[in-house]
Unconditional design. Structure first.
Length: 229
């Protein structure tokens, strides 16, 4: 029996994103679906002395017809320097900042043209930091047809998986009967956000931040915190 999870790439996703991957044998990144403006594909939240702030990767154009792997980054701005400076200012005193800072410094020094490539590169390296060994595949590399639920089912069949681990929002849009017809069990993620020591304690604990907040604060204990929530 194999469990699969499927999701669009996000920019330095929150910890629930990685919880679902950790519970899967295969994770398929939907990099050839439509780009969503004002979502998490090109931005995420980090904590700061005022509470939290966005760090956003600027993109070229706003066409709703573009797929994630077609979206280009607007490198006319110094967004990478802005992100690294924000990360440094807000986390340089975190217990495990130095464990990961070199990776992020080197990543942001590279020239990134494609948003999907940047997102996936960061996700794959964070998985290594967390010690999650789930197999990762791009949907653009899989010859699977269909739209919406049909495509999810076909991806499950392609990888011969018996269980699809969906995010809780899947209840609102998936046709579960299509999974039943193929004898694929659907399980919905149940994630209770753990609390852990954060910077700027006077602001209280803030949930649903980028995974880097957990990494910088908890280091090698991060996966244990996610798993034992």
């Amino acid at each position: 029996m194999k469990t699969i999870s499927i999701h669009q790439p996000e920019y330095l996703p929150w910890i629930g994103f990685f919880d679902r991957i950790a519970k899967s044998d295969i994770f398929v990144i939907l990099d050839d679906v439509g780009y969503q403006k004002n979502g998490f594909m090109n931005r995420n939240k980090i904590k700061n002395p005022q509470g939290w702030q966005w760090i956003t990767v600027p993109v070229q154009g706003r066409s709703p017809n573009k797929k994630v792997n077609e979206v280009l980054i607007n490198n006319a701005t110094n967004w990478a320097d802005v992100h690294m400076r924000a990360i440094y200012l807000n986390y340089c005193k975190a217990p495990y900042y130095k464990n990961y800072s070199t990776f992020f410094e080197e990543t942001f020094k590279k020239k990134w043209d494609n948003l999907g490539d940047l997102d996936i590169y960061l996700i794959e390296n964070v998985l290594k930091f967390l010690g999650i060994k789930t197999k990762v595949e791009r949907s653009s590399n899989v010859a699977v047809e269909g739209e919406n639920t049909e495509r999810l089912v076909n991806i499950c069949k392609h990888f011969k998986t018996t269980t699809y681990l969906s995010g809780p929002g899947g209840k609102n849009y998936m046709d579960l009967e299509k999974f039943r017809e193929e004898n694929i069990k659907v399980v919905f993620q149940e994630f209770n956000h753990p609390e852990y020591a954060q910077m700027f304690k006077d602001r209280g604990f803030i949930a649903c931040l980028s995974i880097i907040d957990l990494l910088f604060n908890c280091g090698p204990n991060s996966l244990k915190i996610i798993s034992e929530k």
